[in-house]
Design a protein around this ligand. Sequence first.
Ligand code: HDE
Length: 682
Amino acid sequence: MDDERKVNENSKNEQLESFRVDDEGKFLTTNQGLKVSEDEFSLKAGERGPTLLEDFHFREKITHFDHERIPERVVHARGFAAHGVFELYEDMKDFTRAKFLQDTAAKTPVFVRFSTVNGARGSSDTARDARGFATKFYTEEGNYDLVGNNIPVFFIQDAIKFPDLVHSFKPEPDNDIPQASTAHDTFWDFVANNQESAHMIMWIMSDRAIPRSFRMMEGFGVHTFRLVNDQGKAHFVKFHWKPLLGVHSLIWDESHTLAGIDPDFHRNDLWHAIENGFYPEYELGVQILDEKDEFNLGFDILDATKLWPEEVVPVQIIGKMTLNRNVDNFFTETEQVAFHLGNVVPGIDFTNDPLLQGRLFSYLDTQLIRLGGPNFHEIPINRPVVPFHNNQREGYHRQTINLGKVSYHRNSLAGNTPKPASPAEGGYETYQEKVEGRKIRARSDSFNDHFSQATLFWNSMSPTEKKHIVDAFSFELSNVKSESVRQQVVDMFANVSLELTNSFAQFVGANPPTSGGSNVTQSSPALSMEHTINSPKTLTVAVIVTEGFNGPNLKYVLNRLTAEGIMPKIISEKIGVVEGTNGITLKAEYTFLTAKSVQFDSVYLVSASNDSQKFNQQAANFIDQAYAHYKPIGASAGVKNWMQTNNLAGKPGVVIEDDMVQFTNDFITAISKQRFWKRNII
Ligand code: HDE
């Protein structure tokens, strides 16, 4: 009776294979397969005459073009995605029936789409914003979607407020300004008047909202979900993705500059990492809570503005996801992928989190308008890798050719099939949570503490992270025109920390708060990025060279850097071959016209130009900027004097060659460290 449900790592790829078309070397045809003899000139009555309506080829080509856009996502419009595989470390049978969380030999195909939330499809990658982190697992029991963000909490507690939140942060409706930015009146007006947002705002003002790379950020399911095992026993669960490269961020000045010179910064980063075989890896973690502890954490676990501190409920690492293949086509895969929280498999269930409940409605509804009808599950990227059978028929763009006459249940003509499966046969069974209550539009009192965890977050930050949060508040509020809104925000965040508000109130033209302060003294070290993994892998070095560089020395350094997984990028006077000593040559990919310091993690000055003052000045500017952004700087022996004259020698994170081996070791260590906050920068 049952269908073939074996899934392996290649299942999705094999399924997509049948939809791939390679046009190269083929004759041009219409969509009807007719070979076309002319594609540059429309059909006319005479060489200078009017175009004829009869020109079916012209009409087909233009009509298709006119319809080439679909609505962008209301939120998360700008995104980038990749294929990969999920492997389980540990059998989770005690907690869940989900087969892909039981079989440690299984390799489940996945598709992940990262996104910004606020900006339009063409906006910049590096805007200050939460990042979407949506994963579709193509499992043998159907698709499971974990639609998360890189921040573990959310702005609001009840989905009914989502349109209000989004209207407030999107560009203002009278002039459609500003793009992809929360630094404007309506957003901060929303914040001050919806104080449940306090905790999320602390994350948004922190460096988490300007990630260095999609490969270097965490992911969170945000809501409390349920895992249910074979015996029907349930546990509460929070999902985490932990990047093996650690969690790293840009700094605000960089992200601003990048928005102009490389708006595709994160796309480029992910695409090239995968193309170069540096596959991004994230471990899947779960925080599991026994049902009897539902009320023991000191806050309501149904409230999406709360996280479970890792020191209280440890994160258990259970598997790993590796992204190992770029898409073949952005539109058909990244743009058309349709995530939905309601895509679950047996053993994963929901809770009454009112934000989650609302999302269960919204995602399906959104796809109907975006993808033009109810058959979007047939689009290749959305198809499960196992067959689907039901009595749904017809609708726009239906592709399945269902056989037979019967499309209803119950029936006798088809032996009453397709038929529901019992749980033992793999049927999804909703967890039988006991629910009773009066119909009421209200929020539980247990959702009313909006500030304690915002303070917990603040207390957990390092001095550098705190400074960045203060700077972010100062920047955002300085862009708010309404004096009253600025004051309201200061007064609101006084409840989080007076240290915080006193540090920025005066800069934003507001009065320091007259009351406030918090009694919360706890911190959660896991929240600080200072304690993350530092690895040199996949970090970039801008290598500045001119003709006549010391060939053997540079070759040695570059070999060592690449052996560590570091990616050197050569910058010179012109692109193409640069000749060094001993017949050693390099290929420059960039000049100062096409490369700016903000695009690289570190810089290595190898040689200066003997005959170009301009080149030397540009190199100096490049290094100044890297220095101001606290980045590692390496210098070869040949430019030692130059480094000394420019006052760079001896500064934190500045490594100058004396001994080649020692220099290389120190430079690699500096690159792994990424930032040298001890520099005295005004
Ligand atoms: Fe979403 N969200 N969301 N969201 N969300 C959408 O669905 C919505 C929320 C998230 O790469 C939309 O297909 C409501 C939290 C991601 O395609 C829409 C609420 C979290 C993505 C929608 C939330 C998310 C979306 C727009 C409040 C983190 C991009 C396009 C209850 C856990 C998925 C679409 C992709 C996309 C609704 C809140 C994550 C409108 C109503 C909390 C990663 O349906």
